[in-house]
Structure formats: C-alpha cells, structure tokens
Design a protein around this ligand. Structure first.
Ligand SMILES: [Zn+2]
Ligand SMILES: [Zn+2]
Length: 367
C-alpha cells in the first residue's frame, strides 16, 4: 500500500558522472554477488526489485509488532542508532518514534531474531516490551525499513489535559472480552472506517472516522448515556485503546475495558484456548498484506459492483493510489484502476487525505 518514491538521496550528484565513470560503476555493480550488502542497497531498490529479493531469501521472517509508551530523551539520535542496528540485521518495517515512546511493525529474519530481541532489550527504555506476532507470517510483509520521528506515536490530536495515561481502562483477555460481550456490553471499534469495513466484532459500534483524531470524539458521542455501563474498546494491537480508554475515563465513563493485545492477540488466544471468535472477517494491517483473515466471513463489498468482497487494492494509477475494495471481476474489467478517470489516464492530482474526494471514495467502499 505504501508507494512512497524510493529516495535518490544516496546517489552521488550526476554532475560527477562522465560516461567513463558510469561504465566503471556499472562494471563493479554487475560484478557484485547478488545478495551482498542487501541492507545497504535497499534504499536504492525499487519496490519490485526489493520484493523480488525478498522472494529469493533462503530464511523465514518473523512479522512482529510492538509498542511502548515510555519517555525517550532524544528520539532523533535513537532513530539513527536503531536504523543502523536493524539494517545490519536485515530487519524491515515501519516504526514511529517520539518523546512518548515507540510503535513498530516489522519483519525480522528468523536467524537474527534472538539477536534482535537481545539488542532491543539491552536498551533500558525497551526492556521486556511484549511482542505481538502477525497471524500470517509472510516474508514480503514489508519491503523496506522506515523509522520516522513524530510528535506522538499515535496521532490523536488530544491536548494533554484531555487524558491521563496513568488512568486507562481495565485490560481484558479474549475470554473476558467474549464474556462481557455475551452479557450485552457495548463494543466500540477504535480503528478507522476502512479497517472496520472488512472485519469487526459482532454488533460493535464502528465510528465512521478516517483518522484516530476524528474517532475519539465520535466514539464519545456514540456512547452518550452509557457512562455507567461497561464499554469494551478494541483496536489492532492495543495501542490506540491506551489513549482511547484514558480519554473516555477522563470524560466520565466509569467502566471502560480494553482488549489486551488487540485483535492480533485475540486471534492467538482464540486458537490456543479454543474459544469462539466473535471477531468476524479480516483484521486490517498496515503492510503489504493489508488484511489478515480471522474468520471466513466476508464483511466488505466491492467499491465498484457491490458484491461481497474484502480485498483491498491500491489504484493502479500511482498518482491516485486510492485504497479501495475491488473484486476480481472488477479488477479485470477496470484493469486495477479505481475509476474511468484513472483508467483513461486523466487523473489530475492526488486527492489529499481528508479532502472530500478522498472521504467520498473511501465512504463508497463501505456504502
Ligand atoms: Zn466488483
Ligand atoms: Zn484511481
């Protein structure tokens, strides 16, 4: 889903290239063994080349996510250290760092896993951070390593007086979550609308939000009158519920529960303990897989013809890049484009996230 252009920052300025130096470098590069220094070259590879190399790897990768709210004194310095450390291990993924903590989704070569954990836990701020493993372990879950320094690890738009991170909800297991649902407690999906469109807990409230920022006040609004009833929050891996539960408690909700480890861990507990999965459909994930199947239920519909479908795709027109649900028949008919405009090559400018055009296109996918 991520089509960020590959950076050319590390190439020398073209002014230094004469035809001779070009040939010289070409000869050296062609003579290099194909797998040498893969991690150093990664940022020079196109997505297709990177995926091809991943498919040629002789080892498996662990797809893992973790987060921690912890004070980080110098996120930028830590970013550079982690980038060097993880590049050397061949780890890939998308990581956010901020003064308030870390939020990481990664794939780590299995042979490097122990070393990865050892190095991570050797840092006082991350010692003992719990890992969540993806349901589907796919080597091509990520194709590059991106570590971004942000103001927050989850953008919530809240000011610090609107919540107190030490006053969060009660963490519950899959079994406890199921029991509370059976007793009639209301569940709220704290993810965005395109995430709940392809999978959710039965009967859950799914705020029609495009961002977590919009989601919080919407959820509060939908829960009005339930201040003294049990309220069950869930999200992908649990991180958004940390903020959401603190926010709801701050706004007078007295019985806030949150699914510990999110849908990712729920799925594992369901399998291990032989529980009924009350989560139906797919768990949307922010990597190449887009969705991990939890049950066979298909909750979404094709954006173009309305038949049941839960496969997301990005519009083939790179400038458009719209993420939408498209069935196989429509994919063939539309050649992977989201609209006639894109198919004819008449797409003008990317619809900015949050714009009406963007919101409408996503909204259509779940109408
Ligand atoms: Zn269709
Ligand atoms: Zn398009």
């Amino acid at each position: 889903m991520d089509r960020e252009k590959v950076s050319n920052d590390e190439y020398p300025d073209p002014i230094f290239f004469t035809p001779f130096t070009f040939l010289f470098f070409w000869a050296i590069i062609s003579a290099m063994p194909k797998h040498s220094n893969t991690h150093k070259l990664r940022n020079h590879l196109s997505k297709e080349e990177a995926l091809e190399r991943l498919s040629e790897e002789s080892f498996d990768r662990k797809v893992v996510s973790f987060y921690k709210y912890v004070r980080i004194a110098d996120p930028t310095a830590l970013r550079h250290e982690l980038f060097a450390e993880w590049s050397a291990l061949g780890a890939l993924g998308r990581i956010y760092l901020s003064a308030e903590g870390i939020n990481a989704q990664m794939s780590v070569p299995e042979p490097m896993w122990e070393m990865f954990v050892e190095k991570l836990y050797a840092r006082a701020e991350f010692d003992g951070v719990p890992f969540k493993f993806g349901v589907e372990q796919r080597n091509d879950a990520f194709w590059k390593l991106t570590i971004k320094v942000r103001k927050q690890i989850v953008a919530d738009g809240l000011r610090s007086h609107e919540y107190d991170v030490t006053n969060v909800g009660t963490h519950v297991t899959a079994k406890e979550f199921n029991a509370l649902l059976e007793k009639g407690a209301v569940a709220v999906d704290m993810r965005n609308n395109y995430e709940s469109a392809i999978g959710r807990f039965e009967g859950a409230l799914t705020p029609d939000a495009y961002t977590f920022r919009e989601e919080l006040p919407m959820a509060k609004e939908m829960l009005q009158g339930k201040e003294d009833e049990p309220v069950l929050l869930y999200c992908t891996g649990g991180i958004r519920c940390e903020k959401a539960s603190a926010y709801l408690r701050h706004h007078g909700f007295s019985q806030v529960y949150q699914l510990h480890g999110g849908i990712i861990d729920y799925k594992h507990q369901v399998e291990q303990e032989g529980l009924e999965s009350k989560f139906k459909g797919k768990n949307f994930v922010f990597d190449e897989r887009i969705g991990e199947r939890i049950t066979d239920d298909v909750l979404g519909i094709c954006y173009q013809c309305g038949t049941p479908c839960d496969d997301y795709t990005n519009c083939r027109e790179e400038a458009c890049n719209l993420l939408f649900i498209q069935c196989l028949a429509c994919k063939e008919k539309m050649e992977g484009f989201c609209s006639d405009i894109c198919q004819k090559g008449e797409f003008q400018a990317p619809a900015p996230k949050g714009s009406d055009q963007y919101r409408r296109s996503i909204a259509l996918s779940r109408a």
